[in-house]
Write a protein that binds this ligand. Structure first.
Ligand SMILES: C[S@@+](CC[C@H](N)C(=O)[O-])C[C@H]1O[C@@H](n2cnc3c(N)ncnc32)[C@H](O)[C@@H]1O
Length: 343
């Protein structure tokens, strides 16, 4: 075979390997979920164990567990040594339940049936231009969560734990004013607001959320005592007035352009001319390189009619709702801060 032909054959073989491997890619989150739900990372925290020992501790079938862990080790989650014992790796460490940087609950959310059942129907979603979630689960996600307590717990815990990890980095990336009032619109249980108020002792804060989320807020902390309040409401209709800085962190990506226009108009209505709006979301870059924003974008399409947006897409939404995009501040995580002001 000529060199050219050999090169072409090698390229085809590599392409086939890639496409078939990707076609079975769903087995990775399935296996990951087994390991997380059965607490394997926690069981390995004190040191390496064989799958026989792990099976005894978890009640799993030892030979099947071995095959799952061997597979996960190919992705850097766990490592098997020559004696057949499995060790924690950095990727397995972050799945422990007792470490401050744990993404255990977030991984459980992202592999929950809310995501995977919807992913199974992605073709319908792409055909119809609207998420199949509503048909599968009988209501849009946030309405569904209002009537399904366990799913709501999984969702809000997973998001809040992810937020805990990223909120310090985001808060450090922006020069907050020394005084004034920060309104966190759709701020979840308030972890981001709490971090901002802790880092900036001259600031006051308002956590604006739905009633059932406010019931579980985490703002009762001595270091921010007397500097916060909660406000219940619907961000499609109205937002608290008189704030100096309005935050929309990981909110707009949940919604279609039409819904975002309603949220931004409600923010604009509550804001004075000198106030600022900070949108914290992925900003999707151009080009073919992998980017977390491009991955999360598909997740948004799958369970909501949401999307991750490019700078031009944020600019269009802001311009249509009486704002101007001032600048984009990167953080050292997947999200950026889009700063805007009323025109
Ligand atoms: C993806 S979470 C983001 C939470 C938080 N900002 C963070 O970064 O962790 C979106 C939040 O929007 C809230 N939300 C959804 N619909 C809302 C509405 N109509 N009015 C107010 N908040 C709403 C949800 O309760 C949820 O906490």
């Amino acid at each position: 075979m000529s060199d050219d032909k050999a090169q072409q054959a090698a390229q085809i073989a590599a392409a086939i390997r890639q496409v078939l491997g990707d076609s079975l890619g769903y087995l990775y989150p399935a296996a990951l979920r087994v390991a997380i739900r059965t607490g394997i990372p926690d069981h390995l925290a004190a040191g390496p164990l064989t799958t026989g020992q792990l099976a005894e501790a978890t009640g799993l079938h030892a030979p099947f567990l071995y095959r799952v862990l061997r597979f996960l080790a190919t992705r850097g989650v766990f490592r098997e040594d020559d004696t057949g014992a499995f060790h924690l790796t950095p990727a397995a460490q972050v799945l422990r339940s007792d470490v401050p940087y744990s993404v255990r609950t977030t991984a459980l959310l992202l592999t929950d049936e809310m995501y995977w059942k919807s992913a199974e129907r992605l073709e319908d979603t792409v055909r119809e231009g609207t998420t199949a979630f509503n048909k599968i689960f009988g209501a849009p996600l946030f309405d569904y969560l209002n009537t399904h307590e366990e799913s709501a717990r999984i969702f809000h815990t997973g998001i809040a734990d992810l937020s805990t990890i990223e909120q310090g980095r985001v808060a450090d990336s922006y020069a907050f004013p020394e005084e004034g009032t920060v309104v966190d619109v759709g701020g979840g249980p308030g972890g981001f607001l709490r971090t901002i108020l802790t880092k900036n002792p001259g600031l006051r804060g308002v956590l604006y959320e739905q009633a059932q989320v406010l019931e579980q807020h985490i703002l009762d902390a001595p270091e921010i005592a007397g500097r916060w309040e909660t406000a219940e409401g619907d961000f499609f209709e109205t937002t608290p007035t008189g704030g100096d800085l309005y935050l929309l962190k990981r909110v707009l990506h949940d919604w279609s352009d039409e819904d975002c226009l309603r949220i931004l108009r409600a923010c604009r209505k509550g804001m004075d001319a000198g106030a600022k709006l900070l949108i914290v979301d992925c900003v999707v870059p151009r080009g073919n390189d992998p980017d977390p924003g491009k991955l999360y974008d598909i997740a948004m399409m799958t369970i909501f009619d949401g999307m991750e947006r490019t700078e031009a897409e944020f600019d269009r939404l802001l311009t249509a709702t009486g704002f101007r995009l001032v600048r984009i501040v990167p953080t050292n995580g997947p999200v950026s801060i889009v700063e805007a002001m009323p025109v």
